[in-house]
Unconditional design. Structure first.
Length: 426
């Protein structure tokens, strides 16, 4: 009995294999692929299909690992019909306070609201100056202008991507009222130095912890605190891609100050002190019960999620070590990086070319952030585009973030890092 022959469009097969896994199979001479060849190709195709699609974040695979618990929690909320301010909201707030080691957690609708409510609670007046890095997501700086305050952009340290204490001190004027350090990419800003400067000038600190929940900060005296619980107020986001991500929007505000906690809670709820008594102007910013129930489950995994991200970062660090065109993320001695992003600084590399090359191999990459705050049109009236922001501008032109999440495997990491090196060394 002869070997069965299969007519296969080899061109298509070759292209799939080349694009998906970079395996070149070009030795087949016959027009028709007979059985042994087909078996090899089938095995290869299986291997290729088995490599999961590479994504910047993979919330679906993560969800499937906790699906039973999450589905039950969601159904419980549906059955209770307590969609707003149900028990899971208070439970989650209490559990998050315990995890963060902070007295008060005020859940709210998202991380942008958290920043806005924090600034409202501090009674900042129009034109008061709020110092913030230019190199951050727009939400940090946008709320300052929204509240008719004046954003004062300062430089970041080019190694840590976070606010430079020297630049901060230079930017302080008699109008300065608050500082908003951002723990960017999962790396904590140098809070010990920032706290000293704030104390010297009697300034509030609002820590934007949207990208760094779970990050441990160690002071020079050995005291450890969570990023977000060090300043006057801390804020965070539960946007789905965040280290502690909801399945929709969500946010929270942290403080150890009892009076501020009452005010923050009131502002997040229409300035209401008791039902239909509205003492201050507030807003409507609530964390849905369903999201709180999901977050409460995910909170138990947060440390493991941060560890998984660190492992990915370790892999990339090793893969790029010694490559003079690639600067891998700096890890400070004072903070345990939680790698919300894994961001490289490229020297003498066509960054867009690399991004396109990676995309041609189905590898996503992102530029966080291509336009810094001081150059955004929305702030034109503050004249900040004239600011000298050498580090910020330098970084803006050189950074690129690679996929990093809790579900990455070595096969994906090997593929991504080999493609980055291949392009850069060409
Ligand atoms: C640094 C930073 N601040 C604030 C926010 C705003 O959070 P949200 O999208 O939940 O409003 C984000 C979200 O990406 C962020 O990265």
């Amino acid at each position: 009995m002869g070997i069965p022959a299969f007519r296969i469009n080899k061109k298509i097969l070759y292209r799939i294999i080349d694009n998906r896994n970079d395996i070149i199979v070009g030795k087949c001479k016959s027009k028709d692929l007979n059985y042994p060849y087909f078996a090899i190709f089938a095995a290869l195709l299986k291997l290729i299909c088995d490599m999961r699609t590479i994504q910047m974040v993979d919330t679906k695979t993560q969800y499937h690992k906790i699906k039973q618990e999450v589905d039950k929690a969601v159904i419980d909320v549906l059955e209770s019909s307590a969609f707003i301010n149900g028990k899971p909201v208070q439970d989650f707030a209490a559990n998050l306070s315990a995890y963060m080691g902070v007295k008060h957690t005020i859940p709210c609708a998202n991380g942008t609201d958290a920043l806005q409510i924090a600034m409202m609670a501090l009674d900042l007046q129009p034109e008061d100056e709020v110092i913030t890095p230019s190199f951050t997501y727009i939400a940090t700086t946008e709320v300052i202008a929204l509240l008719k305050l004046t954003p004062v952009f300062v430089e970041v340290d080019a190694r840590t991507f976070c606010m430079s204490p020297e630049a901060l001190e230079k930017a302080i004027t008699p109008k300065t009222k608050a500082i908003v350090p951002v723990h960017l990419y999962g790396q904590a800003a140098p809070m010990e130095e920032i706290m000293k400067i704030a104390a010297k000038h009697n300034l509030y600190i609002i820590e934007d912890t949207a990208q760094a929940i779970g990050c441990d900060y160690t002071f020079s005296n050995g005291i450890k605190k969570k990023a977000g619980t060090i300043g006057t107020i801390g804020t965070t986001s539960f946007y789905p891609s965040k280290n502690l991500g909801a399945y929709g929007d969500g946010g929270a505000i942290f403080t150890n100050d009892d009076e501020l906690a009452v005010k923050l809670k009131m502002i997040a709820n229409h300035g209401q002190s008791k039902q239909y008594h509205h003492d201050v102007v507030g807003c409507n910013s609530r964390l849905d019960t369903i999201q709180a129930a999901i977050l409460d489950i995910k909170l138990k995994h947060l440390d493991a999620y941060c560890d998984a991200r660190r492992k990915v970062a370790d892999y990339y660090d090793r893969a790029f070590a010694g490559n003079e065109k690639i600067k891998t993320p700096y890890r400070t001695g004072y903070a345990k990086h939680v790698f919300h992003q894994y961001t490289l600084i490229l020297e003498n590399v066509d960054r867009n070319g690399l991004k396109e090359f990676l995309a041609s191999h189905q590898i996503p990459a992102m530029i966080y952030y291509p336009i810094p705050g001081h150059k955004q049109k929305m702030f034109a009236s503050f004249g900040s585009s004239q600011n000298n922001m050498a580090n910020t501008d330098w970084l803006t032109e050189r950074v690129i973030s690679l996929p990093i999440h809790t579900e990455m495997d070595e096969e994906q990491l090997a593929f991504i890092s080999s493609k980055v090196v291949e392009y850069i060394n060409q």
